[in-house]
Write a protein that binds this ligand. Sequence first.
Ligand SMILES: Nc1ncnc2c1ncn2[C@@H]1O[C@H](COP(=O)(O)OP(=O)(O)O)[C@@H](O)[C@H]1O
Ligand SMILES: [Mg+2]
Length: 337
Amino acid sequence: MKNMPGDSAEDILTLRNVCKYYKDRKGSGHLLKAVDGVSFSVRRGETFGLVGESGCGKSTLSRVILQLEPVSGGSVAFEGRDFARIGRRELRAMRKEMQIVFQDPYDSIDPRMTLEQAVEEPMAIHRYDRSLRKTRIKKLFEDVGLPVNMLNRYPHQLSGGQRQRLCIARSLALSPKLLVCDEAVSALDVSIQAQILNLMCDLKEEHNLTYIFISHNLGVIKFISDRIAVMYFGKIVELASRNEIFTHYLHPYTCALLSAAPVLHPSMRRERMLLTGDVPNLYNPPAGCVFCDRCVYADSRCRSEAPVLRGYGEDRQAACHYAGELPLKVNWGGAPC
Ligand SMILES: Nc1ncnc2c1ncn2[C@@H]1O[C@H](COP(=O)(O)OP(=O)(O)O)[C@@H](O)[C@H]1O
Ligand SMILES: [Mg+2]
């Protein structure tokens, strides 16, 4: 199967059974399974979308991918090299190759730095040749559409969109291969969102980038992604190409997520597949499928046996015992774009 985790040369990042558990802060001894057994590969040059409701573990997964936090189990390999098996020097070199763009530009930039210093900071940390820095910073400003005469300004003098452009310039300073964008446009106005998304599409070509694009917003994910993984409470429940996932989804949760997305015109009314039941407790998840308490199709098997993510033809995977057999309404018609 093509998109099962493997060591294919076209894969830039491979996650195998990655888990990240946190201890209960109240000391009950329970573990919070923020990420629980996630496996997928990201292909070089693609935009891999990760979508799911708030709190389902997307940011935790991004921190683990970038080695900002250690895994509790499983492995992450970048270009075939497993993070757990390499030395500190190699890890430092690999960190340069993977960068992150966060949601809130206010939080990710030191307000006391000028824009030039903000972009230079990662270069200084990684001892980038001093004599080349100025030229590179100017080129990055041009690439992200910031006027070069702003170099000596401060972040508070920028608009939200300009601040996100600055963050993107900073993340590109060390010529990374992989950019993880965690809700990178979620805090912006819709018109600015579109500008930044278009910019990111252009930069991907110019800088030979691979993206992992994380968002709770289906419209954003649909616009930018080649393949999409749907995450639900720490697990990937479905993974497929953009076209497949918006029309021939296999998992009831994907169906519910799509049906809940707003339609763009009042004449486009449609039925909704409403979620019933309780949101699972991450400290005490159900024994079977994580979605079973909210799924209208769940039976005793779903409540006792956890489904694994299985392949269904070329490039499609779903974690549901009854994938392909359920009477899910095909194509909600008004899927956002
Ligand atoms: N450092 C931490 N300690 C304890 N719990 C955490 C920590 N980081 C995240 N969590 C919990 O993990 C779950 C997933 O969070 P997060 O990855 O931020 O979700 P998302 O980005 O999808 O909104 C949440 O229930 C959150 O409270
Ligand atoms: Mg998040």
